[in-house]
Design a protein around this ligand. Structure first.
Ligand SMILES: Nc1ncnc2c1ncn2[C@@H]1O[C@H](COP(=O)(O)OP(=O)(O)OP(=O)(O)O)[C@@H](O)[C@H]1O
Ligand SMILES: [Mg+2]
Length: 210
């Protein structure tokens, strides 16, 4: 269980609270939608979950432990994050190296590393793009590369920030079936979205930030 407990957050010491006494929990194998108006704080909430921002008040807990002090790289052992603009999170020359980066940082080497990378690329159907430059790929493919990077690290939570906005119907369907497959493996998927069709058809719960 990953939880935000009574979290308040402001970007500057004298600024307004973006979140005020906000609590939410995310359980195993859920596909939870997070929705709300533009600027309501959806991306901010996900950045707090992954450790890119620290709560001004309240705590983030994981399996009952307070992880508020853990930074994003420490939390990457169990949370994967697909950015609203995934090209901003790709910096290696090939897809294969991009997917290998995280597990290598976790200490995986040799055949174990190669197997984790190949399996993750196959799971999201980017094996054919293994030698391509990630930043030159279409956004939908970049998102799947970002998901492969997370899968290769054996994550328990995957957060996707508006992954279907601006995508065509086929790419959307592909992404949704991938999210459902991950969920069946017990991975909790947190999906920031404005797409109410997806909320209605695929999500087990929806959190609306007002
Ligand atoms: N780095 C920052 N510094 C100061 N204010 C910020 C920063 N990032 C976001 N904000 C402000 O915080 C509020 C919440 O932003 P956030 O990006 O979390 O909203 P959102 O719900 O994800 O919006 P959208 O639907 O447009 O993606 C907005 O008012 C935004 O202007
Ligand atoms: Mg946002």
């Amino acid at each position: 269980m990953l939880e935000l407990q009574n979290v308040s957050f402001r970007y500057t010491p004298r600024g307004n609270n973006i979140l005020s006494h906000f609590s939410a929990s995310f359980g195993e194998g859920e596909l939870v939608a997070v929705t709300g108006r533009n600027g309501s704080g959806k991306t901010t909430m996900t950045r707090i979950l992954v450790g890119l921002e620290k709560p001004s008040e309240g705590i983030v807990s994981y399996e009952g432990n307070d992880i508020s002090a853990e930074d994003a790289s420490a939390r990457s052992r169990f949370i994967g994050y697909v950015f609203q603009q995934p090209d901003r999170q790709m910096f290696m020359p090939t897809v294969r190296e991009e997917v290998a980066f995280g597990p290598r940082m976790q200490g995986l080497t040799g055949k174990a590393l190669d197997d984790a990378v190949e399996n993750a690329m196959r799971a999201v159907d980017v094996a054919e793009e293994a030698d391509r430059y990630p930043r030159s790929l279409p956004r939908g493919t970049q998102q799947r590369v970002a998901i492969a990077s997370a899968i290769a690290m054996n994550i328990r939570y995957l957060i996707l920030d508006e992954p279907t906005s601006g995508q065509d119907g086929n790419e959307k369907k592909r992404l949704i079936s991938l999210m459902n497959a991950l969920r069946k493996q017990g991975i909790t998927v947190i999906l920031v979205t404005h797409d109410m069709d997806i909320v209605a058809s695929d999500c087990s719960r929806v959190i609306v930030i007002a």
